[in-house]
Design a protein around this ligand. Sequence first.
Ligand code: SF4
Length: 368
Amino acid sequence: MSFSTQFDPNEMAYWQDRSASYQSDDVKRAIFATGTDLARFSMLISPAAQGHLETMAQRAHQLTVQRFGKVMQLFIPMYLSNECSNNCTYCGFSVANKFPRRTLNADEIRAEGILLASKGFRHLLVLTGEAQRKVGTEYIANAVQILAPYFSSIGIEVQPMEEIDYHHLIGAGTDSLTVYQETYHPDSYSKYHLSGKKKEFGYRLDTPDRGGKAGFPKMNIGALLGLYDWRYEALSIASHLMYLNRHYWKSKLGISFPRITKVFQDFSPKYLISDAEVTQFILAFRLMFPDIGISLSTRERAEFRDHLLPLGITQMSAESMTSPGGYSGFDEEAQFETTDHRPLATIQSHLTAVGYEPVFKDWDATLR
Ligand code: SF4
């Protein structure tokens, strides 16, 4: 059993169409209901719900404070390599882009880790491009072992792997797995992923299954907003979460919602999603899944991140660099541009000023 055997794009398209038919009263009922099903979710993401964002925001805030308190977990990404064997039309690391590639060695990884730990970060997200030969399981396991003494939580966002590889990485000290499907729409997926292992839609879709079977304590999924209709993507992520909750209930689940906001190189997103729609997206997930983590990246603007804070966000990155060795001053190609460039201290001050406690550690290596 795996998610790809039961995921039905036609069912997602059905609920996407259905969402356009709801009225205000349907939305009001959905906001205060407690069921976890696609019918309710399609009401929360419907065009009619745009008129109820304030009520949704109040309920989302209430649920988040009940479950998580007024704390914000801060983490930082660390890119180990910009090597990649895939050709994704929207990404700076695509194999089609010709530039000198760099992969950090053990000393460089340690130096970056010490630097980030000295700033106070204790939760680290390790990233690479997807290049099994250059940055395979052994390379990543070795990097995690180098970094483990400095961090209480280490997550990976790397190429999808086999269950046996995940066992190895958990043994090395990894506790969370992040994998984005990019788009859950198979035709669009084929259009954006032109070559490499990533072309296999189903293999990527079943990555959280393999991670769940290996026993990752935390797993994060999501889609790259802008590649297809956001309501279809939201329904698909909701369906995926419902499935993962049923099968891997020991893993703490979370979502992230990176969005493409501007033209990158020659790529211009066809399905632009507005700030109001991103807000609705977050609120709908918080109302239907009160216990999931919701992560906010520095792709978004500082003022918009501040606006979203009380609406269901539980963790956010700060001072992010998206190139290997970026914190150590290496001038290497970045995967994408970030938008919120505020120093960590400024973000901490803002959190405190609006009544939130910035938290660097809510997980301990002994829990791995
Ligand atoms: S999105 Fe990932 S797999 Fe695709 S080109 Fe970029 S780094 Fe490689």
